[in-house]
Write a protein that binds this ligand. Structure first.
Ligand SMILES: [Zn+2]
Length: 370
């Protein structure tokens, strides 16, 4: 979505001028004459003529990942994504007057889920794997977080969920410095990421992983899709001290921290959900049986259906099939939705019970000094 209000926040990401004007074909910079074209549902605000050593795999492998990530249709905020989203809301306390930046939004799911809480929700990402609802409901910019196309002091709040672990240190520094620049004084940012630190209760958490591995050996499911999703995690901020130091270098002051020791979460993800997926995602054994509902349903995305049956490894195909089947039952208030919400709240117990206990996964809220 492109709104007039978005235009009012912009500055040229190439030369940093605010002398911009809008024509039918896009946003023009009066200083450096760059034209930033309007695309379908978003603005292309990538800085021009800059060379960066680091490029996200979501940009370089965008076409492949588009197939893999199953990104167009959003499920409601449930399970691990639900825990993140509920923590985001609770810790950042959105207000109806807020202008908020989802910096590195990906599909922009968290932006979509919280857009109705705030005055203007902006999503920004160098890759354009935006969900359909994001294109409809969120102001979207294709942008590089090292040279954001927004004026200083624009945003009341910003968030970075599952971002920092992907970047080398110099990119983290540039990302945080730019986020600090576009926040207003007193504005707050939430980051969710992880270091290399172990949870003090890791041996107990690992029991669930071990149980999960038994199922893998029995051929019930595999974790290949999940492993690929995490394949570019660098975790340049190795310790909690590194995290605090990085925010301080950017002039952002920590105000609140919650750690995520994933005791209940790991049990749910590695045992409960994967068993459910194995059941829901199993293929028809005999050719006489009807094909999976998702492939038959004319309203289902035929592209996704073909993906689920042809181009991806069996584990991934099974997971996508399971997700499609579950998704069709996910209307808020439905029995499946309620069951998954209960499981989400069980996972969230990890934050309430163990949030004080330092470990690798963390939510941090920081503030730009007034
Ligand atoms: Zn310019």
């Amino acid at each position: 979505m492109i709104t007039n209000e978005l235009y009012g926040l912009l500055q040229c990401p190439t030369c940093h001028s605010r002398a911009l004007y809008v024509l039918d074909d896009g946003v023009h910079c009066a200083s450096c004459a760059t034209v930033y074209p309007l695309r379908e549902g978003y603005l292309d605000l990538m800085p021009r003529g800059m060379h960066y050593d680091y490029v996200s795999k979501y940009v370089t492998d965008e076409t492949e990942l588009a197939e893999e990530l199953d990104y167009r249709e959003l499920a409601p905020p449930l399970l691990a994504a639900g825990v993140r989203d509920r923590a985001l809301r609770r810790l950042l306390r959105f207000r109806p007057t807020d202008i908020v930046l989802d910096n590195g939004c990906g599909t922009a799911k968290h932006a979509v889920w919280n857009a109705d809480q705030v005055h203007l929700m902006v999503g920004s990402d160098p890759a354009t794997l935006f969900a359909d609802r994001a294109v409809a409901e969120v102001a979207l910019a294709q942008a590089d977080s090292r040279s954001l196309p927004f004026a200083e002091g624009t945003f009341d709040k910003a968030f970075a969920i599952d971002i920092l672990e992907h970047f080398p240190l110099e990119v983290i520094d540039a990302y945080l410095a730019e986020t600090a620049r576009v926040l207003r004084p007193g504005g707050r940012m939430l980051a969710f990421s992880n270091t290399r630190e172990m949870s003090p209760i890791q041996p107990i958490i690992n029991l669930s992983r071990r149980l999960g591995r038994l199922f893998v050996r029995a051929g019930l499911y595999d974790f290949s899709r999940e492993a690929r999703r995490k394949s570019d995690h660098i975790k340049a901020l190795e310790t909690w001290e590194d995290v605090v130091a990085a925010f301080e270098r950017a002039g952002l002051r920590p105000v609140k921290v919650v750690f995520w020791n994933s005791l209940f979460t790991t049990f749910v993800e590695h045992v409960v959900m994967k068993l459910g997926e194995a059941v829901l995602g199993r293929t028809a054994k005999k050719p006489s049986q009807p094909p999976p509902q998702a492939a038959k349903d004319p309203s289902a995305d035929p592209y996704l259906a073909s993906l689920a049956t042809q181009t991806t490894p069996e584990g991934t195909a099974r997971e996508i099939r399971a997700r499609q089947r579950v998704r069709s039952h996910l209307r808020p208030g439905s029995p499946v939705y309620r069951a998954l919400m209960v499981i989400t709240l069980v996972m969230e117990l990890d934050l309430w019970l163990f949030g004080w206990m330092r470990c690798g996964s963390y939510f941090i809220v920081v503030e730009k000094p007034r």
